[in-house]
Design a protein around this ligand. Structure first.
Ligand SMILES: Nc1ncnc2c1ncn2[C@@H]1O[C@H](COP(=O)(O)OP(=O)(O)OP(=O)(O)O)[C@@H](O)[C@H]1O
Ligand SMILES: [Mg+2]
Length: 254
């Protein structure tokens, strides 16, 4: 899909200005990266794209194929093919992974997905991700370890088959082997779905060694202040943000 954000201004409900005149265009099949100091609005951006009710968009637009999606709720945006792997995936007690995913997939397809083909699909996807079978029947993320939660996000991606994927710090919490497994799965998915676009939010370049970016954007105080290629990410990792932007005192680097 052609995805664009035009001059977006977003406040929190308590009137904190978070995104300021934020613009970004992502074409089909492109991989974009956003890096930026803590608290610059990266996760807020991802949640606003998904239609979170915690924020107020008071100027600008978010469009898919030139059509505004601002009036759509989260479910409708998800049905349009947008997917967010959250920085801190939430747990939902009493709803199992399989119930949730079968309902979500049925809603996306507009018809009930049969239990047997669905279980088969889940088993294959979980095997690909080297996830324990028992996780299918456990409540969503309930008592999952940090890394297991991140893998579970990619399980959802594999089942729901989105065409615009946002990965918010997918790499935080995954051990080296798990990061490789997860990235191999995403790479395979992109190979099979070459028009799918990805927006990666990260503090590290390790994930970019697997998912090669076309563009790297540096975000500061709610907007993109610099765009480059993979070498820009390497430069940031080596020298910090101060080599490309003026890091304000209230931005604390990890
Ligand atoms: N619902 C909210 N209400 C009030 N302030 C908020 C809300 N959501 C986010 N903020 C604030 O907005 C700023 C941006 O937060 P955000 O989580 O988007 O940062 P980030 O760039 O993802 O940082 P990190 O790299 O640490 O994950 C922070 O100062 C945060 O405290
Ligand atoms: Mg964040």
């Amino acid at each position: 899909m052609n995805f664009s954000i035009e001059n977006l201004n977003v406040n929190s409900k308590d009137q904190k200005e978070i995104l300021k005149d934020f613009s970004l265009t992502v074409k089909p099949g492109e991989v974009h990266v956003i890096m930026g100091p803590n608290g610059t609005g990266k996760s807020t951006l991802s949640k606003v794209i998904m239609g979170s009710n915690d924020y107020i968009v008071h100027h600008g637009d978010i469009k898919i194929n030139q059509e505004s999606i601002l009036s759509l709720d989260t479910c409708e945006r998800s049905r349009k093919g947008i997917f967010l792997a959250m920085q801190s995936p939430i747990s939902i007690e009493g709803v199992t992974n399989s119930e949730f995913l079968r309902t979500a997939l049925s809603s996306k397809q507009g018809s009930n997905v049969g239990i047997y083909p669905f279980i088969q699909m889940m088993e294959t996807a979980m095997k690909d991700l080297k996830m324990d079978d028992s996780m299918m029947h456990r409540s969503i993320n309930q008592d999952f370890s940090g890394g297991e939660r991140k893998k579970n996000e990619i399980l959802q991606m594999k089942i729901l088959k989105p065409n615009f994927i946002i990965l918010d710090e997918l790499d935080s919490g995954l051990d080296v082997d798990s990061l490789k497994i997860v990235c191999d799965n995403i790479q395979q998915y992109l190979k099979e779905n070459p028009t799918t676009s990805v927006l990666i939010i990260t503090h590290y370049t390790r994930i970019l060694d697997y998912l090669h970016p076309d563009f790297v954007h540096i975000m500061e105080k709610g907007k993109i202040v610099k765009t480059g290629d993979f070498t820009l990410a390497k430069q940031i990792e080596k020298n910090g943000f101060s080599c490309v932007i003026e890091v304000s005192e209230d931005n604390v680097n990890e």
